[in-house]
Design a protein around this ligand. Structure first.
Ligand SMILES: [Fe+2]
Ligand SMILES: [Fe+2]
Length: 152
């Protein structure tokens, strides 16, 4: 479904982390739009917003795995377990974007109100999980990467 851009290995780690944080802010503003669309019962729009941000989220996740985890595994392997768990949440995210979103899209055009409620629940789950994921990265993965990079 998505094609990822090249990863820029020349960007410094501190700079990259600043960029990832600012990308979180942009994603968060989209999550607010998703929430508002759900509240207004506009599942179609909510789905569209998620779909439109999908490719960038995947690229963002691929970069985190390729660059941050490399630093952590090289310099702070003993402290890596929590960060690995947080990176594994990307699997859920990919599955949602590549598979579940299509089902939700179909539910949006269904005449069954129960399908609509299920779709809304799924979209809210996406918002909650992604928000929690960003927070975990900012509290655990990013600081560990910075600490271990400057020590390594
Ligand atoms: Fe991530
Ligand atoms: Fe992230």
């Amino acid at each position: 479904m998505t094609k990822s851009r090249r990863i820029n290995f020349d960007e410094s780690i501190p700079r990259m982390i600043e960029r990832l944080k600012s990308e979180h802010i942009v994603f968060e503003s989209n999550l607010v739009r998703v929430e508002n669309s759900i509240k207004m019962n506009n599942i179609k729009l909510a789905t569209q917003i998620v779909q439109d941000m999908g490719e960038e989220i995947i690229q963002h996740a691929v970069e985190e795995e390729a660059r941050l985890m490399r630093v952590i595994m090289k310099n702070a392997k003993d402290e890596s377990s929590e960060s690995i768990k947080i990176m594994q949440e990307h699997n859920w995210l990919m599955n949602f974007l590549n598979n579940r979103l299509t089902l939700i899209k179909n539910a949006a055009t269904s005449s069954d109100p129960a399908e609509h409620e299920k779709a809304k629940g799924d979209l809210n789950e996406f918002v909650d999980n992604l928000r929690r994921h960003f927070k975990e990265e900012e509290q655990i993965v990013f600081p560990l990467t910075l600490r271990s990079e400057s020590a390594g």
